[in-house]
Design a binder for this molecule. Structure first.
Ligand SMILES: [Fe+2]
Length: 343
């Protein structure tokens, strides 16, 4: 084992890791290695790339290796009495709809997105329709058949993850339906799931989803045991994305009786909801004095020789870190499908 790389995880997925991006943290790595190598999962003939772990009677985590070098990613499937709801669609590698149909026996699928990033929404087109917060609609509309091109080099070789290119979707336009904060779906018999506009990671259209029956919050990428990147700080501070995310967390804390557990999109899951108090405490401290109330800074120069940029890290008590930048002006939210062209 070398000093600067994570050791391989031998999960059951047919996809094999070629290259990782930034190193991932130790607790997340140990957790995922233990889960994937020593705990039972379901595998499906129609899609050999995903590992399916059952966390509740009606909750399935569909685990996908990230097709680029970033962290592996969960899709969350909740099966209600009449319909099921799928939070995020990863890259769409393999027949993900086939897997969902087999688990649910073909129930109607409601697809929702936490945000539009590569590893969360590129598989939407397999399902024909996706719901999201209304501010996310234009970002999803930017998707096209070229958004997977960056996963391959100029000779057509896989850059980060080995899989068969023909198992990516054939892109076709699909219906995108924007809904407001608080919109609720009924999966049958009053089984409700609510969209909560979160801001932070993924921008103004980012959302969490609250399963009111299981009292589970699907938190997107704003809560992550590797590092939670929840937006930048700019001034006036009330307009910045980190402040807006803090407003969301404050509301979640006020609704703590409705939430027992948190299921993020990456790494550790089944987190106890009381951690929201610790997230709020970290946010309040950062927002009180972002230039001083951090724990450490990482400064890096981009590959094309731009100016050095500092990323500030703050510990969330008992958990991991939150990272933020301090910028002159809020960065424009560029659709992930467009950002692939610079990767
Ligand atoms: Fe992600």
């Amino acid at each position: 084992m070398s000093a600067d790389r994570m050791s391989p995880i031998n999960g059951k997925s047919a996809a094999k890791r070629l290259v990782w991006g930034a190193p991932q943290n130790h607790i997340s790595w140990a957790y995922m290695k233990e889960l994937r190598e020593n705990h039972p999962c379901m595998m499906f003939e129609c899609n050999p790339y995903v590992e399916v772990y059952q966390f509740r009677d009606n909750l399935y985590g569909i685990f996908n290796q990230n097709c680029d070098g970033a962290g592996d990613v969960w899709m969350w499937l909740t099966v209600g009495p009449e319909k099921c709801l799928l939070v995020d669609t990863a890259y769409g590698l393999g027949d993900s709809k086939g897997v969902v149909d087999q688990i649910t026996g073909g129930k109607e699928i409601i697809v929702v997105n936490t945000h539009d990033h590569f590893d969360h929404a590129f598989g939407n087109c397999r399902f024909g329709r996706a719901y999201c917060h209304e501010a996310l609609v234009p970002l999803l509309q930017a998707q096209d058949e070229h958004m997977w091109d960056y996963l391959f080099d100029k000779d057509g070789n896989n850059r980060w993850l080995q899989f068969d290119r023909k198992d990516l979707p054939q892109f076709k336009p699909y219906e995108i339906i924007g809904v407001p904060d608080g919109y609720t779906w009924d999966l049958g018999g009053g089984y409700e799931i609510e969209l909560i506009n979160s801001n932070g990671h993924g921008g103004p259209g980012a959302a969490m989803y609250l399963d009111k029956k299981n009292k589970i919050l699907f938190a997107g990428d704003n809560i992550c045991s590797d590092v939670s990147g929840c937006g930048s700080v700019s001034f006036p501070i009330e307009n910045c994305s980190l402040y807006k995310y803090r407003e969301c967390v404050k509301k979640l804390v006020a609704r703590i009786d409705e939430i027992d557990y948190i299921f993020p999109e990456h790494f550790m899951v089944n987190l106890e909801s009381c951690m929201l108090y610790d997230v709020l405490e970290a946010l309040d401290s950062v927002l009180a004095d972002p230039e001083h109330n951090y724990d450490y800074i990482v400064t890096s120069v981009s590959g094309n020789g731009g100016p050095a940029r500092s990323r500030y890290f703050k510990y969330i008590k008992g958990f991991s870190t939150m990272a933020y930048g301090i910028v002159d002006k809020e960065p424009e939210t560029v659709p992930a499908a467009v950002r692939t062209r610079g990767k």
